[in-house]
Design a protein around this ligand. Structure first.
Ligand code: URA
Length: 408
């Protein structure tokens, strides 16, 4: 039977719910071997999946673990997911904005494995911030202040953990139906009513082309329709780092500046406004333009920053204790000209070598290191101008400017 299922997919035929269930749950129980699951994943990667197969797989993923229920909390629960990228700290900005505008956000975030920390690692750079709230604490906090950003409580979608680990080592991560079912199952299991997905495209992202991003976008919207969840998507660039910082404490400080309206408009600020406006529009059932006005006002009148402070305080964090390393290295322009390229992936690798991210699950993150971009894409520079400031602790990694920047 197991071999028949692999063979059927190898021939490009459609699998039934029962066949997918037998295979995937068999794997979770240890009855299907790694090499058999790897063969099926590769066949899916090459031959794709129909919508019916993808909806079925999403259900099998959701049903593999706990499903949270926040229906007793007031308001429509809106959630956001990003397919990840270098310098992506949008959650830290948009969750307080949405709460300040009257939305309800229960956000369970993950740790990062890769170039920079995940949202939870970033928040842990605020000394004292608790990311291990229990379900009743989450509910109380959301009831009182409308927002929470914490780590996962329950055992959500255990199937995704084992399948993702195998995809990672069998070159089957890039399959669009596998990505869509992985992301959507987690969002649905987290109890979200409405969801915005930020699909990153570029060399620092999982998805490399706009065409694939559009396919992923429409598939996730269709999964949402099937499960009666409104899903909106944004496709955003990840060839260039997002915003002006990479690294945990630095990114929290940048998020704070954006919330305080101190950061002038750049790609990161614009993306935050777009994501938050979509979430407010969904949460309050109002048109996008009206939601955008509310979002802008929440930054201007500081209510969004106040929500951030309330959340950090409720979770035990001390904003004034955030630390950045005092060892700095300035990266200087080797020539004069306009910056035509800042390679996100290269800065990401340096950030990992600095200790801002984890190569292995057991690595320890150094919250105080990272990179600040003093000049951004399109800026004109003179030879010797500071392009970036590298905050390091132990050892400064080799920085090859030609690999990161292009000038004209
Ligand atoms: N992010 C996920 O959560 N799952 C994927 O498969 C890819 C990106």
């Amino acid at each position: 039977m197991i071999l028949d299922i692999i063979n059927k997919k190898r021939l490009g035929k459609e699998l039934t719910y029962q066949e997918l269930d037998l295979f995937f749950n068999g794997y979770l129980k240890g009855e299907v071997a790694d090499y058999q699951m790897s063969a099926l994943l590769m066949a899916i990667c090459i031959n794709g999946m129909s919508d019916e197969e993808t909806f079925a797989l999403t259900k099998i993923f959701i049903d593999s673990g706990d499903v949270l229920d926040f229906s007793d909390l007031p308001g429509i629960k809106v959630d956001k997911h990003s397919t990840g990228g270098i310098g992506d700290k949008t959650t830290l900005v948009i969750v307080p904005i949405v709460a300040a505008c009257g939305g309800t956000v229960v956000k369970m975030s993950g740790r990062g494995l890769g170039y920079t920390g995940g949202t939870i690692d970033k928040l842990e750079s605020i000394p004292g911030y608790r990311i291990d709230l229990e379900e009743d604490e989450i509910k109380r906090q959301v009831y009182n202040i409308g927002l929470v950003v914490t780590g996962q409580t329950a055992d959500l979608v255990p199937m995704d953990k084992v399948i993702y680990a195998l995809r990672d080592v069998t070159s089957t991560v890039s399959s669009i139906p596998l990505i869509a079912s992985s992301i959507m199952s987690k969002k649905i299991a987290c109890g979200a009513d409405k969801i915005i997905i930020d699909i990153k495209v570029g060399n620092g992202a999982l998805i490399q082309t706009k065409e694939d991003a559009k396919k992923l976008s429409s598939l996730m919207i269709r999964i949402g329709e099937f499960y009666n969840r409104e899903v909106r998507t944004i496709i955003s660039d990840m060839n260039t780092p997002l915003g002006i910082t990479i690294g945990n404490s630095l990114e929290v400080l940048e998020a704070i500046d954006v919330l305080r309206g101190k950061e002038k408009k750049n790609d990161f600020v614009n993306l935050c406004i777009e994501l938050a406006s979509n979430m407010v529009s969904m949460a309050l059932r109002i048109p996008y333009a009206e939601a955008e006005m509310k979002v802008m006002e929440s930054i201007k009148n500081k209510s969004a920053y106040k929500k951030f402070e309330e959340m950090v305080e409720a979770q035990g964090g001390k904003i004034d204790k955030i630390k950045v390393s005092n060892k700095v290295h300035f990266v200087k322009a080797p020539c004069s000209g306009e910056i035509k390229k800042i390679n996100a992936l290269e800065w990401g690798k340096i950030s990992l070598h600095l200790g801002a991210g984890k190569e292995n699950i057991t690595d320890k993150i150094d919250y105080t290191v990272g990179i600040k971009l003093n000049k951004l894409l399109g800026d004109k520079v003179k030879k010797g101008d500071v392009l970036a400031t590298v905050y390091y602790n132990k050892k400064l990694p080799e920085i090859k400017i030609d690999n990161i920047y292009k000038f004209e």
